[in-house]
Design a protein around this ligand. Structure first.
Ligand SMILES: [Zn+2]
Ligand SMILES: [Zn+2]
Length: 121
């Protein structure tokens, strides 16, 4: 996979992420984003992806499709939903710092489960 910013630079696997040595950006595969944040927050998280309107268009490193610009908390990201999320340098660290802000609210979840159980009889 090539870096979507530098284009000619190969991404190198580093733990859960694929990094670009030149711009220090990181590609995180779709199935890894939530476990990565859950590990950091030590709890279950729910991600509230918001649309963003950045002028740039970057290609998904896996399939070349133009990625959507999105926001998670205060962090601006590029995302191709089926494949993963691109973090510019420092964005991944910034998001991991906010991980706890995404924790799913346990009381609300419990109430929902209660309602569901009643509904299902
Ligand atoms: Zn790069
Ligand atoms: Zn893709």
């Amino acid at each position: 996979m090539k870096c979507p910013v530098c284009k000619t630079v190969d991404l190198e696997q580093a733990g859960y992420t694929f990094r670009c040595n030149r711009c220090d950006g990181a590609w995180v595969k779709a199935e890894v984003v939530i476990p990565l944040l859950e590990e950091r927050a030590s709890t279950i998280v729910e991600l509230d992806w918001k649309p963003n309107t950045e002028a740039h268009v970057r290609a998904c490193p896996e399939c070349g499709t133009a990625m959507e610009t999105v926001k998670l908390g205060t962090v601006a990201l590029d995302r191709h939903e089926p494949h993963g999320v691109w973090f510019d340098a420092r964005e991944l660290a910034a998001l991991l710092k906010q991980a706890k802000a995404f924790r799913a609210d346990p009381p609300e979840h419990a109430t929902l489960m209660e309602k569901l159980h009643k509904l299902l009889g």
